[in-house]
Structure formats: structure tokens, C-alpha cells
Design a protein around this ligand. Structure first.
Ligand SMILES: [Zn+2]
Ligand SMILES: [Zn+2]
Length: 146
């Protein structure tokens, strides 16, 4: 096991991850685009207990199933959690001290990928409705609301 370190732009939030080689992914959805201000976001999803944080985060519920955290001082996004993955947390790879340590293995939210973004990396691309876990979570939400 290796330790990854990271934190926010202003330095008020720092973290360590007990890293067991989890693969990274990107998300091209419109919410990640807005929160980051960039074309997409990268994540590495790890067991929640493997992330140790110092400093205060603020959270924002961006959808019924998504909870995002960020530094209240500088706004750097730090985590994105789905309610159907309560044992895991998605750490924003752009906040790692060495983002090269966790390259993506998949592009997610491919239906929202910007046309001017030219990624010729040969990685698989998955649309939101091709992800069984995500579709199942939305289905359960729909049932609850009925
Ligand atoms: Zn900060
Ligand atoms: Zn997203």
C-alpha cells in the first residue's frame, strides 16, 4: 500500500489516502464541469476510511444522490460521494499533489463530453445510462418518489 497526499489551493485542507491501486476515472457531466470550471473532473474512488483529512470542508448536495465537498476558503473541490456508495468516496484527482499517480482508466458521462475536447487516449467511454450502478440508483430514487 502507498500513501497519496493532496489538498486544496490555499492549503487549509490537506489529506492522505491509503492507496491500494484503485483506478481513476473522469466525469464529463455538466455538474462536474460547473463545479470545477474546467472541461471535466478526475476522480479516484477509495474506501472512505482510507481518506484522512485535516481542515474543514463545506459540502454541497448537487443532486439527490450526489454530495460534493470543497474548501470553504478557496473553493477547491475535494470529494464527490454518491449516496449508493456509502462506503466509498471519490477524491478529486486534480487536488492530489501528484495527479500523475492516478491516471484515468475510463471516461464517464461521455454523453456530455465537450466537442472541442480532443482526447485521443483510447480509453473506454461510458454514458451515464450505460452504468448499471448509476441506473439502479436512479431507479430506486424514482420508486421512492412514487
Ligand atoms: Zn483552500
Ligand atoms: Zn460528474
Amino acid at each position: 500500500m502507498m500513501t497519496l497526499t493532496g489538498g486544496c489551493l490555499c492549503g487549509a485542507v490537506r489529506y492522505e489516502i491509503d492507496y491500494e491501486g484503485e483506478r481513476g476515472s473522469t466525469c464529463h457531466c455538466a455538474m462536474c464541469r460547473r463545479q470545477s470550471g474546467g472541461a471535466f473532473m478526475g476522480f479516484v474512488t477509495v474506501p472512505r476510511g482510507h481518506l484522512r483529512l485535516t481542515g474543514e470542508l463545506k459540502t454541497y448536495r448537487s443532486s439527490e444522490i450526489g454530495l460534493r465537498s470543497f474548501c470553504p476558503n478557496c473553493g477547491t473541490p475535494i470529494t464527490m460521494d454518491y449516496s449508493f456508495e456509502d462506503d466509498r468516496t471519490g477524491v478529486v484527482t486534480g487536488s492530489l499533489d501528484d495527479p500523475e499517480a492516478v491516471p484515468p482508466s475510463l471516461h464517464w458521462g461521455a454523453e456530455s463530453m465537450l466537442s472541442w475536447l480532443k482526447l485521443e487516449d483510447g480509453l473506454p467511454r461510458m454514458t451515464t445510462d450505460e452504468d448499471p450502478e448509476f441506473v439502479e440508483a436512479l431507479r430506486r430514487l424514482g420508486e421512492r418518489d412514487r
